[in-house]
Write a protein that binds this ligand. Structure first.
Ligand SMILES: Cc1cc2nc3c(=O)[nH]c(=O)nc-3n(C[C@H](O)[C@H](O)[C@H](O)COP(=O)(O)O)c2cc1C
Length: 353
């Protein structure tokens, strides 16, 4: 079965990138899940913000933007899934082509631009999956703003109100490089204003799930310190680091390296790790951190956890390695915990700090 799965992953690679993504999503949505569900080793169980995660390995936002394939994604073995980014109103996103493989670099560049079916469709899909008991692990919902909105903050308020009853945690995506102006919400007064409105909104909700903020890798130094201070002031549950980068390292070799958009995958590994180190220091390990960016092996995941990540996510690594990456990371993490004398994941978080 592992061989068939690998052949399927290679076959998908032969298709143009966005078509391959749609085919994979459709297969998962229609129940074509390679192999039987294998529960993660018990030592990988971890509890964050009172949410019980069977494993710290999740699927990052952007793969299942409209929450159409949740059942299949949990069935593959992910410890949690972050669906979205969902925008309040449906929007098509940027013109195609907007997704490029940089196979020689183990990377992708995307300028999707929040293609989204909108909150109504998203909420219907999640409600249906919940009613049918297809959501078998924690669900994060990542919310964003419409490109043509007159008020970014109003879009996040609308998103939070709508997805709060459906989600185990909610992520404010403030870091997509493909919606002009969005990233300015991470900084200074704009962030405090946004978080103030989120707190007001949450205060009157019947159920208000923990809020995470997803940050851009370009944020550093004083701007990052202010952002962390605001997160603490407004009781943000945790931070997700990081989104794709607009930087283009000189080492990139693939012909698509100069395409517009956010770069993800292997070239993001070091910057994302450095950001994890910086934020873990700034927060003295007191704020849960989700590490994402260039994780493509058990070793990558373990290093990120030892640097301060309570949970990790994958996107580009999953595209290149396919579902086998999930079981490889699970078994590799369990082996590394054992070899280093840790009883569970929580004991390894920040061990290198
Ligand atoms: C095609 C594509 C679409 C993405 N869409 C989103 C999105 O809608 N919301 C979001 O927060 N991040 C999005 N991301 C960013 C990923 O969630 C992740 O933060 C980033 O790719 C770094 O992780 P990786 O190196 O494992 O891919 C997207 C990434 C890719 C490659």
């Amino acid at each position: 079965m592992a061989l068939l799965t690998d052949i399927g992953t290679l076959a998908l690679r032969a298709l143009p990138p966005e078509m391959s993504h749609s085919v994979a999503l459709n297969l998962l949505r229609n129940g074509f899940v390679p192999g039987a569900y294998v529960p993660p080793p018990p030592s990988l169980y971890v509890q964050i913000c009172r949410i019980k995660f069977p494993s710290p390995l999740g699927l990052a936002a952007g793969f299942d933007k409209d929450a159409v394939a949740l059942a299949g994604l949990y069935q593959l073995g992910f410890g949690f899934v972050e669906a979205g980014t969902v925008t309040p109103r449906p929007q098509a996103g940027n013109p195609r082509p907007r997704l490029f493989r940089l196979a020689a670099d183990g990377a992708l560049i995307n300028s999707m631009g929040f293609n989204s079916g909108g909150l109504d469709t998203f909420a219907r899909n999640v409600a249906h999956a919940r009613e049918s008991s297809l959501i078998t692990g924690p669900l994060g919902v990542n919310i964003g703003a419409n490109r043509d909105t007159e008020d970014f903050i109003a879009d996040y308020v609308a998103g939070l109100e709508r997805v709060a009853p459906l989600a185990d945690y909610v992520t404010l995506n403030l870091s997509s490089p493909n919606t002009p102006g969005l990233r300015s919400l991470q900084e200074g007064e704009a962030l405090r204003c946004l978080l103030g409105r989120m707190a007001e909104t949450a205060a009157v909700l019947e159920k208000s799930p923990p809020l995470f903020i997803k940050l851009a890798p370009e944020l550093s130094g004083a701007a990052l310190a202010k952002c962390v201070a605001a997160a603490r002031e407004f009781d943000v549950a945790g931070l997700i680091l990081c989104n794709t980068t607009t930087a283009r390292p000189a080492t990139l070799r693939a012909p698509a390296r100069s395409e517009q958009g956010g770069l993800s995958g292997a070239p993001l590994r070091e910057p994302a790790l450095a950001m994890m180190r910086e934020i873990h220091n700034l927060t003295e390990g007191r704020l849960p951190l989700i590490g994402v960016g260039g994780i493509a092996s058990a070793e990558d995941a373990y290093v990120r956890i030892r640097t301060g990540a309570s949970l990790v996510q994958v996107y580009t690594g999953f595209i290149y390695h396919g579902p086998r990456l999930i079981s490889d990371i699970h078994s590799g993490l369990a082996a590394r915990l054992k070899a280093d004398g840790f009883a569970n994941i929580a004991d390894a978080v920040g061990a290198d700090a």
